[in-house]
Design a protein around this ligand. Structure first.
Ligand code: HEC
Ligand code: HEC
Length: 479
């Protein structure tokens, strides 16, 4: 059926290519009158449905500022190789029991498949990782795709790491890195952008990587001392003559060629970001091909879903621009679970700014490969894209009637916030654009999900080639 439709479409498209081009310069119809329940009326008379939809969709995509992702060329392979080692090596964690990859593993599409992460001291990998002697982290581990793009905005669900695109100044949880004249300009001078700045902070978190008191990284008094302790582990002190690992000195030599005493944690962070950016960058999804001009790349379902996404459902009010994220903060009343940031609650951006307007808002997540990175939202409340779409169909109702059984694990179900006052506060804090029920019927919801699946790069289904066979410390790669 589908194949037949698509090949018919191919014929139509071939003969209509010049018309398609012309249509881009016309003002587009539909999308703004709120009545897209009806099929759009093609303005060009006898065009058949498929092409009319393509022209409407391409216009809406353009209006949402969605252009192909502009990814920087990978850094020097020696820096990327160092970054790969650091990303997978537990040597960077206080108790040598967790790496970046534990929570962002390529086998789990750069996430951990858990509602909220389990940090240092946890046991196992992916959705079966258990607490053991570790702790639950407040939030869901996001995927790492395309974050090296120049258009990437604030990172973390609450946006606590960002770089001003005009000035290049950083805003982070460490004041020594922030603003126009950071006291640690030796570190900021080495960073390559917001993705590298982010990599500094899992290292300073007790629950994520510093671990239990008694190791020198955890016992360091503050962030800068923590970073110095990590450098001492990797390359040693006294210009590499005391402690450290020869294998790391060789990798740092190849990457930077500096005296060991001139290396700082910025060189670590830059290498990690270089690795993330060099390997998690595939843009061969049907949607990417479509926006590069391959009108045949989307299935009819995904095309219809795209019209809903960019049209009547208003998803592109926030999921817009090259990454399908505005990198701004909005409330959608996603259900709360896990330990929260304070007392089982997570007020999102408000935790950073203290501004009433930021209450219960979270940064819009980018959506490439979203099919492969369940569970969804800041605390991983939703196990499927179908459930996310149902949420948007009626956000207040979904927030009040959250079905915790989809979490699939008693330890997480036990942490769901069922306090009616807080649920109503999240509902009250919703962005106006997700307040009206969408009234999508089941077929339209399925089309929207088909569109979200069209954002999957086939290469992201198997990222195993990005994992090393071993790491310089010799520590195990098994979690
Ligand atoms: C214990 C699990 C865990 C470990 C270990 C961990 N992360 Fe994360 N990562 C998370 C969670 C959870 C978040 C979201 C936290 C938040 O927003 O407050 C996150 C956020 C991120 C983000 C931001 C993504 C975005 O879209 O905002 C990046 C990038 C990232 N981590 C990379 C790393 C790197 C690099 C390391 C190693 C230095 C690392 N992570 C270690 C769990 C982990
Ligand atoms: C008002 C802005 C806004 C609109 C409109 C919006 N979103 Fe979102 N979206 C967000 C924010 C913010 C989050 C994260 C919320 C949280 O975690 O608490 C999110 C989360 C998601 C997620 C989960 C992604 C992940 O990695 O966890 C998906 C999928 C998604 N949105 C799809 C959609 C679809 C489909 C629509 C249209 C029906 C839509 N969004 C409309 C802002 C918006």
């Amino acid at each position: 059926m589908i194949a037949e439709k698509r090949s018919r479409n191919r014929l139509q498209t071939a003969s209509l290519a010049p018309l398609l081009a012309a249509a881009f310069s016309l003002a587009f119809w539909g999308c703004s009158d709120g009545s897209q329940n009806d099929q759009p009326t093609p303005p060009l008379g006898p065009l058949l449905l498929g092409n009319a939809q393509d022209m409407q969709l391409m216009g809406a995509i353009q209006a949402a500022g969605v252009v192909p992702l502009d990814l920087p060329a990978p850094e020097d392979p020696a820096i990327v190789a160092l970054g790969q080692a650091l990303f997978f090596d537990k040597e960077l964690s206080g108790d040598r029991n967790i790496s970046c990859a534990t929570c962002h593993h390529p086998a789990n599409t750069t996430t951990d498949q858990l509602p909220t992460s389990i940090g240092a001291g946890g046991s196992g990998s992916g959705s079966v990782r258990s607490l053991a002697s570790g702790t639950m982290i407040a939030r869901n581990a996001p995927a790492l795709f395309h974050l090296g793009a120049a258009t990437t905005g604030a990172l973390f669900w609450d946006g606590r790491v960002s770089q001003n695109p005009a000035t290049g100044f950083y805003t982070t949880p460490e004041s020594a890195l922030n603003g126009s004249s950071p006291t640690r300009s030796d570190i900021t001078a080495v960073l390559s952008g917001v993705l590298s700045a982010q990599a500094l902070f899992p290292l300073t978190s007790d629950h994520e990587m510093r671990g239990q008191p008694g190791n020198e990284i955890r016992d360091a008094a503050e962030n800068q001392a923590t970073w110095a302790a990590i450098m001492a582990r990797l390359v040693g002190t006294s210009n590499g003559t005391v402690g450290g690992l020869a294998a790391y000195r060789a990798l740092f030599d190849a990457a930077y060629g500096l005296n060991y005493d001139d290396l700082n944690i910025g060189h670590v962070a830059r290498a990690i970001a270089a690795f993330e950016s060099a390997v998690y960058r595939g843009t061969d999804s049907p949607f990417d091909r479509y926006i590069r001009g391959d009108v045949l790349a989307l299935t009819p379902e995904a095309r219809r879903g795209g019209l809903i996404f960019f049209g009547r459902a208003g998803c592109a009010n926030c999921h817009n621009g090259p990454a399908l994220s505005d990198f701004q903060f909005h409330g959608i009343a996603a259900p709360q679970l896990g330990p929260g940031v304070a007392a089982g609650d997570d007020r999102g951006r408000f935790e950073q700014t203290g501004l009433a307007a930021d209450m219960y808002t979270f940064r819009t997540p980018p959506l490439r490969n979203v099919e492969l990175t369940a569970p969804y939202t800041h605390a991983g409340a939703y196990a499927s894209l179908e459930a996310v779409v149902r949420h948007y169909n009626n956000t207040a109702q979904a927030a009040r009637n959250y079905d915790a059984s989809q979490l699939g694990r008693a330890d997480y179900i036990a942490t769901v916030d069922t306090d009616p006052a807080r649920i109503e506060a999240r509902i009250a804090a919703r962005d106006p654009r997700v307040q009206n029920p969408l009234r999508l019927n089941p077929g339209q919801q399925a089309d929207l999900v088909a569109f979200l699946r069209s954002l999957t790069d086939p290469g992201a289904r198997d990222l195993s080639a990005t994992a090393p066979a071993s790491v310089p410390s010799g520590l195990t790669l098994v979690d």
